[in-house]
Design a protein around this ligand. Structure first.
Ligand code: FE2
Length: 348
């Protein structure tokens, strides 16, 4: 692993491109989906939940053959389940880029060479090593003003075992907090920085095309489509909590890391096979690829991602998972009583 230090290579390097400006992306395609997602789900030979909280595997679907209606349904499924998995996909790189473009403006990683995709490779080393960049949970490029919403990763080749990716639901992580911590975190924002990756890139011989940036984003965010509250925690890129003193910030970040690393009940672990795809929503999940223990030359994937909205928190119009479930149960109960009353009236 290359250290993130301010070396002479860093000091003499000037990135060629200006920073990316904030913009308002087109309306999320999940808004256009049918709430039952029937155009997509009715075509699947099986729809299997990986865990109750996060992850659904769709079988019998080829991404290369989706209609626009099905693409919208897929966006909603991803927004609801955090990540959707598919195996044995025949989609080409150009088709993958086209599919990503349907969902928004393509995001470009600061180190990305090809404007259409990032090549993801295997990683060796020991995850316990100091500063093992990449072995930590993250949402992709959360330091951007418009961090990616949807990411699609397709594995071209994989080792027989090793290199799995783990996804954890930040919606559920928020829901599992006590009401007191929920309220406190709703009032905080975190500084997400690309500096560490920038330094490591140059020290490793890379040529990042943009200078590092640091951006404040709310620590709890509202999903624009589902209106659910999620933690917006990211141990790879968050440097500190903006509103807190130094020691307080360290303490809260240590708690959040422990909260995330203890969340075995809120994760989905995906074993890759050639042609397998994971399609996730960075607004509500964090992920990490597990390095080491396999021949890194055997792992290669193609990643496309699109810019989402600037993260926001809307206290007036969002709810936690528990609040949503309780409200729906109540509404159903009320409807059930009304329905029974009607039946009783008919019987009398
Ligand atoms: Fe990633």
């Amino acid at each position: 692993m290359v250290a993130a230090k301010i070396s002479s290579a860093v000091l003499s390097y000037t990135p060629p491109d200006p920073p990316i400006k904030e913009f308002t992306p087109a309306r999320d395609r999940a808004f256009f989906a049918d709430p039952t997602k029937k155009s997509l789900l009715s075509q699947a030979s099986a729809v299997e939940e990986i865990t109750p909280t996060i992850g659904t595997e769709l079988k019998g679907i080829q991404l290369s053959k989706l209609t626009d209606e099905q693409k919208d349904d897929l966006a909603l499924l991803v927004a609801e389940r955090g990540v959707v998995f598919l195996r044995d996909q025949d989609i080409t790189l150009d088709q993958q880029h086209e599919l990503a473009s349907y969902y928004g403006v393509q995001d470009k990683d600061p180190n990305q060479q090809d404007p259409k995709h990032v090549t993801i490779i295997g990683r060796g080393g020991n995850i316990r090593q100091h500063d093992h960049y990449g072995a930590e949970y993250h949402g992709d490029h959360s330091f951007e003003l418009n961090p990616p919403s949807y990411t699609l990763l397709r594995m071209v080749k994989t080792p027989p075992s090793g290199g799995d990716t783990i996804f954890t639901s930040q919606t559920a992580l928020f829901d599992k907090l006590s009401p007191t911590f929920q309220k406190t975190f709703e009032s905080l924002s975190a500084i997400h920085s690309s500096e560490r990756g920038y330094l490591a890139s140059i020290n490793g011989g890379g040529t990042p095309h943009r200078a590092p940036i640091a951006t404040a984003h709310p620590l709890v965010r509202t999903h624009p489509v589902t209106r659910l509250k999620s933690l917006n925690y990211n141990p790879t890129f968050i440097e500190r909590i903006e509103e807190l003193n130094g020691q307080e910030s360290n303490y809260i970040l240590a708690f959040l890391r422990e909260h995330l690393l203890n969340a075995d009940d809120l994760t989905a672990r995906w074993k890759w096979t050639p042609g397998a795809v994971a399609f996730w929503d960075n607004r509500i999940v964090v992920h990490k690829a597990i390095p080491g223990g396999y021949d890194v030359t055997l792992r290669e994937g193609k990643r496309t991602a699109v810019h989402g909205e600037r993260p926001f928190f809307d206290p007036e119009n969002s709810e936690s998972l528990t609040e949503r479930r309780e409200r729906l149960e109540k509404e159903e109960g009320t409807n059930g009583v009304a329905h029974k009353d009607k039946e009783a009236a008919l019987n009398n």
